[in-house]
Design a binder for this molecule. Sequence first.
Ligand code: NAP
Length: 363
Amino acid sequence: MAAAPGHPRSGRTAAPHRPRRPREVLRPRRTRRRRPAPPRALVERPVPEPAAGQVVIRVRAVALNFRDLLIARGHYPLPVKPELVPGSDAAGEVVAVGPGVTRFSEGDRVMPAFFETWETGPMRMSDHGSARGGAIDGVLAEYVAVDARALVRIPAHLSFEEAATLPCAGVTAWRALFESAPRHKTGDTVLCLGTGGVSVFAAQLALAAGLEVIMTSSSEKKLDRVRALGVRRTIDYRRDPDWERLVLDATGGDGVDHVVEVGGSGTIARSLAALKIGGTVSLIGALTGVDANIDPIAILAKSARVQGVFVAPRSSLDALSRAMEARELRPVVDRVFAFEAANEALAALAEQKHVGKLVVRVG
Ligand SMILES: NC(=O)c1ccc[n+]([C@@H]2O[C@H](COP(=O)([O-])OP(=O)(O)OC[C@H]3O[C@@H](n4cnc5c(N)ncnc54)[C@H](OP(=O)(O)O)[C@@H]3O)[C@@H](O)[C@H]2O)c1
């Protein structure tokens, strides 16, 4: 049996800066405040020991998601564990391996998948109970113990900060475009709403696959940044609130083949209006709220395929990693914060000045 980090039987010299009792960030109590409450405390706990089938990871980077804000505010609609360690997306290195683990060894650079139990195939109801940083403890910690079946190797060309963005935002965009939907043809058009984590990933992946991308944003400055990634058609939805008309104009009146719908109640009707007949809407998020009145006629008149996407199994993260490595694609990391500044990172996420991802460096 391999020993835990710092264990005298490990045969490895423990790094001198490695604390015996690693710190974790705990979420605040349930709150009705609109602004994110600061995480309640940095706490110290023993370095976990790997149980059978587990590895212990020294976390090096954690990427934040809009969901982390909802959870911190007490507004997340799904069950949240009390005294939660937040954060679903991490990258780090294996420092201890439990009995029965053969695929990973000390020193491997890895990412845990979003769900601890969803390995492949269709999601089961029980998988909901294994969502990191929600139903179970997350990864905003110096060390975490993870089931080895949930692990994926980090693509060689990516840093820890970049890799940490794949397990939720990256793989959600990947699954929506290439696994859940009917196969796209070169030249199909994808509409990405806003310039947050999921949307920027969707734009990058779509462009890499030879698809056309139309991207909206509240800001010309942000649109400059996505144009630099290769997005040729952009719309400022503050300046043009009827942006679905511009999407139709840009597609010769036909509409787009796929909408990566992260807006929710404030955007869903326009997204359906911007859709081509027979197109797909991937329902992923609800940045503007969840109280939408969806017109069934808007769906049936377009013969639209409306699919919910809830992250993905580990096998999808494997597939995304391979695709990113083959094309040497790099995620867009807007800013990196220190572990002690996790509160500031969450506040920055709420301000929505970022393009792509905000990341917390750990250790
Ligand atoms: N179902 C899933 O598996 C899954 C996975 C990941 C995320 N999500 C959900 O997807 C949504 C996006 O997540 P994220 O992590 O990518 O968020 P994020 O990085 O925090 O995205 C924030 C950005 O969204 C854009 N935005 C805000 N309001 C908008 C509006 N009315 N129309 C268009 N864009 C708007 C803004 O960009 P601009 O200023 O450029 O407009 C803002 O900076 C959230 O609701 C999240 O919970 C779901």
